[in-house]
Ligand binder design. Structure first.
Ligand SMILES: [Zn+2]
Length: 490
């Protein structure tokens, strides 16, 4: 069911009237992972050519870019989390290494740097590094008192020290998180003793801005904003903005977010976005991170106290373009005019498809002309359907619960279809509706005393932000040539 383009498409204006309580945006790592995939949306504003160029530019860019491309290819969202985590660990280890080098600790004996491999236990990792069984048992027991060894993650860094004379294992150092390292060190009586080291980082607020020439992602990258932060920025606005059609050259952004730096001033990790503005065709949309009294966690709210989160995302797919909108069109195979009761997203076969909202799988399997098909029930009124898939995410079945943004399957051309694309439907009480025509329930709307408290919080945060320099001003001092975004968004 892929065809020629019809309508400009799906710019769902945010609704401020809905009253239903949505679930909060939770766990940052999860959100980041989802967005790692979503980031692909931002390559290319309008057409496939732009997209090609943007991808090429990223592919050839310095530094972090290959990781980003991997995240697009990588079909497993969990693996993306692992990579983000592994990088944090790497950075943390690098820092420790520098400290160790300074104190000369790294010079005693043979040193081996390794990582936890998929399926590895700590004992297995130590054994395969050449430690004998008795020593492995002692070291593992000592470390197990300090950290939950069942929660080791592939990619987690492990540093082993061996005695320079006997080549016996004398120390195991495990980077548990970016802030915590646990050790087991050999004692003179032949045992092992566990120790921990905590690193503390200074929290800084960073303010950045940019003008979008090609994509929000590239503009953000030029402004010096980390990929993880841009990913979260995209997720924040993904409820309101269709990133294929809703962003135009000349649009701009501004955001303030947290960075955590070590004593050497290096960024060890990024934190939350506290405030972000996206300016589209001159009209700004701003969200503030805030936890209202009585809510289980923080969420993003606009200046009127309406939460950003919506029941359904605008675009349930990464790196696609709309090839056919909802409405009448000439059927590409049969030739006559008929109603198209969904939205088609052209994308390469294998591109991940995300659940547009939290819900339960109501149907999964082959469904005639729809080919491989999933229907998700979001609430008593709305469902969404995904057709022509190449395959489903393993483990999904009728009744499985899915989270918004979770990968449910991959683009294909199964059933009656002329080429790889996602046919996506929004169903209201069982009938297909134009996604543009529906007013979706939204999250929390603050009122009364809770709105007053939010407004006071907002005023304070704004005053704090006003005193911050922009990141591009700092970047400009270091490298004037790289900054193309200085004249930005306000
Ligand atoms: Zn279709």
């Amino acid at each position: 069911m892929s065809g020629t383009e019809t309508e400009p498409m799906i710019v769902q204006e945010p609704s401020y009237r809905g009253g239903r309580r949505g679930k909060r945006i939770t766990v940052a790592a999860c959100a980041l992972a989802v967005i790692g995939g979503l980031a692909g949306l931002l390559f290319g504003i309008q057409d496939p050519e732009t997209k090609g160029r943007a991808n090429a530019a990223v592919g050839l860019g310095a530094g972090d870019s290959p990781r980003l491309l991997m995240s697009q290819r990588e079909r497993d969202i969990d693996a993306f989390v692992e990579r983000v985590f592994a990088r944090m660990v790497e950075d943390g280890v690098a820092d420790l290494d520098r400290q160790a080098a300074l104190t000369g600790e790294a010079l005693a004996g043979r040193r081996m740097d390794t990582v936890i491999r998929p399926g590895d236990t700590l004992a297995r990792a130590l054994s395969s590094a050449g430690a004998d069984n008795g020593i492995v048992h002692q070291a593992v027991t000592a470390l197990g008192k300090l950290t939950d060894l069942r929660r080791l993650k592939p990619g987690q860094e492990l540093t082993l020290m061996f005695d320079h004379a006997t080549d016996k294992l004398t120390e195991v150092r495990l980077q548990e998180s970016v802030e915590r390292v646990v050790y087991a060190r050999a004692t003179p009586d032949g045992g092992f003793l566990g120790e921990e080291e905590r690193l503390t980082f200074e929290r800084q607020l960073v303010r950045a801005r940019g003008t979008i020439e090609d994509s929000l992602f590239l503009a953000g990258q030029r402004a010096g904003v980390e990929h993880e932060v841009l990913a979260e920025l995209i997720r924040m606005f993904s409820f309101d903005v269709d990133f294929q059609r809703g962003i135009h050259p000349g649009d701009g952004f501004e955001l303030t977010y947290e960075r955590f730096v070590n004593r050497a001033g290096e960024v060890m990790k990024t934190g939350n976005i506290l405030k972000a503005t996206l300016v589209r065709k001159g009209s700004p949309l701003t969200y503030f991170r805030y936890q209202p009294e009585g809510e289980p966690g923080p969420d993003y709210f606009d200046a009127r106290g309406q939460s950003a989160r919506k029941t359904l995302m605008q675009t349930p797919i990464d790196g696609a373009r709309i090839s056919s909108g909802f409405g009448k069109r000439r059927h590409p195979i049969l030739g006559y005019t008929k109603m198209h009761k969904g939205t088609d997203f052209a994308a390469r076969a294998g591109t991940p498809i995300m659940a547009a909202g939290d819900g339960t799988i109501a149907r999964i399997g082959w469904n005639g002309g729809y080919g491989r098909y999933i229907q998700i029930r979001h609430n008593g009124t709305y469902s969404t359907a995904y057709a022509h898939m190449k395959g489903f995410r393993s483990g999904l079945k009728n009744g499985s619960r899915v989270k918004q943004g979770q990968i449910i399957g991959y683009v294909g051309t199964s059933g009656r279809s002329t080429g790889p694309h996602l046919h996506y439907e929004v169903l209201k009480n069982g009938s297909q509706v134009n996604p543009r025509s529906i007013k979706l329930p939204t999250g929390v709307k603050l009122a009364g005393a809770r709105l007053d408290a939010f407004q006071a919080f907002r005023a304070e945060l704004d005053a704090e932000i006003a005193a911050l320099p922009f990141l591009d001003q700092e970047v400009a001092e270091m490298d004037a040539g790289r900054v193309r975004t200085a004249a930005a968004a306000d």
